[in-house]
Design a protein around this ligand. Structure first.
Ligand SMILES: O=C(O)CCC(=O)C(=O)O
Length: 256
């Protein structure tokens, strides 16, 4: 395994040969199991093209291959190192499948404003199980993890559902005026991109099938921040388990 990039400076790095073929086939089994039997949180968007963008969240405790993968994958060690975290927990898993000929972009966004977490030690591992050419790979605006937070909007209708209009800055219109620098890597199965929860990122459509497992990790400075709206993903009932400002603990967020 080797790391390409500077996480502190850019908010994202590429880790080559993180996962060996045996573990990768466990990730593939996990993704396929979720696609075949999605949870109630699953979303399936098809725009005006032949493709489909499928997403699902929080399946590790019902799909044994997914839990086995998360517990065995060295991604948790890489994440703890990059965040300088003493304790690292699973926040959630997210599966993102773009079927062949899916033209729709994943819009530019930051993840953390959609979540119920405050703190700096949040990182995602974006691990494709199919080869991903540079043009349909994840793209990151380097340095954007340092802030500010931009207003999160729903991908389809661009509603500001999470923070009231005017309370956060608008994301620059990167579709019209692309960022001065964009980071992205062509990936082979076994490679992964690690990126900060506050990093602005997006992805183009995909001509080939592109199955991705994204594991969201949190370090010890992350605190539960209940929101007055439904977060993405939602954690129903968590208000009864954790006090506002509490560190994440308990079986929903296993220590890795
Ligand atoms: O896979 C994609 O198209 C986008 C991924 C993404 O937005 C994420 O993992 O947070």
């Amino acid at each position: 395994m080797w790391i390409d990039g500077d996480f502190e400076r850019d908010g994202a790095v590429c880790v080559r040969e993180l996962v060996d073929p045996e573990l990768l086939s466990l990730a593939e089994t996990a993704i396929d199991a979720v696609v075949a039997d999605p949870s109630p949180l699953a979303l399936r968007a098809s725009a005006d093209d032949d493709g489909v963008f499928f997403e699902d969240f929080c399946n590790w405790d019902r799909v044994p291959a997914l839990e086995r993968f998360i517990r065995r994958c060295a991604g948790s060690e890489v994440a703890a190192d990059l965040l300088a975290a003493r304790d690292l927990r699973l926040y959630h898993d997210h599966i993102l499948v773009k079927e062949a000929a899916t033209n729709q972009r994943t819009p530019w966004h930051q993840d953390q404003p959609y979540y119920n977490v405050d703190g700096r030690q949040g990182i995602s591992m974006w691990l494709p199980v199919d080869p991903v050419p540079r043009e349909s790979s994840l793209e990151i605006v380097p340095g954007s993890h340092l802030g500010p937070w931009y207003v999160p909007r729903s991908f389809l209708d661009h509603d500001a559902r999470w923070f009231p209009e005017g309370t956060l800055e608008e994301l620059p219109d990167y579709d019209r005026q692309p960022p001065a620098r964009v980071l992205g890597w062509a990936l082979e199965p076994g490679d992964a991109v690690f990126f900060h929860f506050a990093a602005v990122h997006g992805a183009a459509g995909s001509t080939e099938r592109r199955r991705v497992l994204s594991i969201r990790y949190i370090g010890d400075d992350m605190r539960f921040t209940p929101r007055p709206w439904r977060t993405s993903p939602p954690f129903d009932g968590l208000d009864d388990e954790l006090a506002p400002g509490a560190p994440f603990a308990g079986p929903r967020f296993p220590s890795l």
